[in-house]
Ligand binder design. Structure first.
Ligand SMILES: Cc1ncc(COP(=O)(O)O)c(C=O)c1O
Length: 371
């Protein structure tokens, strides 16, 4: 087998190796059924058991109360950008959006197709490198939407924002779901594409409170209504069965690591050592403001686009893949989701030190010129 290398991809991203191994064993025969996991009917007993277990494990991990539905949908987080306002926002109503990156902007664009959007805050003035503290809500928002982790810019909300007048709080948690404990009861709806922290692309996790399901507009296309999927337990049509199966394995993997507290502790340690190194480096600089830093996507630059390119190639030769920053902002991004091994973070730090040492004379002459 080809040697696996450290994969810093922002998504689809690295999966736990134990999960991939288990899936591999079940490709040809799911358990002792003699039929592979991708070949079973979604209405048969084998996959029904998988779906039920996936939901039960999800509820256990995040302590999800009975008045919430756990749905496994398709269309990615991007479909949720539209499905949320389509279900909940009327022409004469206003929804409040916290704009902290281009994914929130895309959510706003879709919402404007269905009603009014009020911008609570925006960090676009400094290329989204911080989470704004000043927030100005509208009087009576239908709901409040935010993006808990900004994958491209490496910023993350430390805690969920407030929502005025009991307006449902809605969160795009695509890039930090289940990376730390979450109080689901503070939310009306949480959604996440699976391909960063939960499994392969193709399945979207939606956790939605029952009163919101019931309030969803009537007369929409069936596939666009949360009610349809809640009533059919995510089996209105053929669900993304393999993705749900993989999520089930990832949920079990999270539980085996001490649940959300356990993974949060590891995530804080991984991100902490990387930021500590960056803060002390003479060559690399983190791009997000300190208080807004993400534990999932660590963004940094040298300040010289050619040197960034050189570093990415240098790292690639040392088995560190996909460190190139998002095409819209350049620089570097180390995505270190739950499944990214701590040894890979240690190796990255060693490689950055090595690169820094090879450029020591350039750094020294640069700083003497500035002095
Ligand atoms: C925070 C966030 N929201 C939404 C999306 C879009 O997800 P999808 O490709 O599943 O539609 C992404 C993709 O990277 C993301 O990082």
């Amino acid at each position: 087998m080809t040697q696996r290398i450290y994969n810093f991809s922002a998504g689809p991203a690295v999966l736990p190796e134990a999960v991939i191994q288990e899936a591999k064993d079940n490709m040809l025969s799911l358990g002792d059924t003699g039929v592979g996991v991708m070949e079973h009917s979604h209405r048969g007993p084998a996959l029904t058991a998988v779906f039920e277990e996936a939901e039960a494990l999800c509820r256990q991990i995040a302590n999800i109360p009975d008045n919430y539905h756990v749905l496994f949908l398709q269309g990615g987080a991007s479909s949720q950008f539209a499905m949320i306002p389509q279900n909940f926002l009327a022409d004469d109503q206003t929804a409040d959006y916290l704009v902290t990156g281009s994914w929130s902007k895309k959510a706003v664009k879709e919402a404007k197709l269905f009603g009014n959007v009020h911008t609570v805050c925006s960090s676009e003035d400094t290329t989204f490198n911080y989470i704004p503290k000043d927030r100005n809500y509208s009087d009576n928002p239908r709901y409040v939407h935010f993006t808990s982790n900004n994958t491209i810019y490496g910023t993350q909300f430390a805690t969920e924002p407030e929502s005025p007048n009991g307006a449902p709080l809605i969160c795009d948690a695509s890039s930090d779901i289940f990376s730390r404990p979450i109080d689901v009861t503070k939310y009306g709806l949480i959604y996440a594409g699976a391909q960063k922290n939960l499994g392969p692309s193709g399945v979207t996790l939606v956790i939605i409170r029952d009163d919101l399901v019931q309030q969803g507009k009537e007369g929409l296309p069936s596939m666009h209504m949360y009610r349809t999927h809640a009533d059919a337990k995510s089996c209105f049509n053929t669900p993304p069965a393999f993705g749900i199966y993989m999520m089930k394995l990832v949920f079990q993997w999270i539980l085996d690591r001490g649940g959300l507290e356990g993974v949060a502790e590891t995530n804080a340690r991984k991100a902490g050592k990387l930021y500590d190194y960056l803060d002390g480096s003479h060559l690399f600089k983190p791009t997000a403001e300190k208080e807004s830093r993400s534990q999932m996507n660590v963004t940094f630059v040298t300040g010289d686009a050619d040197l960034d390119k050189e570093f990415i190639a240098f790292a690639q030769k040392r088995d560190l893949d996909a460190l190139k920053g998002h095409r819209s902002i350049g620089g570097m991004r180390a995505s270190i989701y739950n499944a990214f091994p701590e040894a890979g973070v240690d190796h990255l730090i060693d490689v950055m030190k090595e690169f820094e040492a090879t450029h020591a004379s350039a750094i020294a002459s640069d700083s003497s010129e500035q002095a």
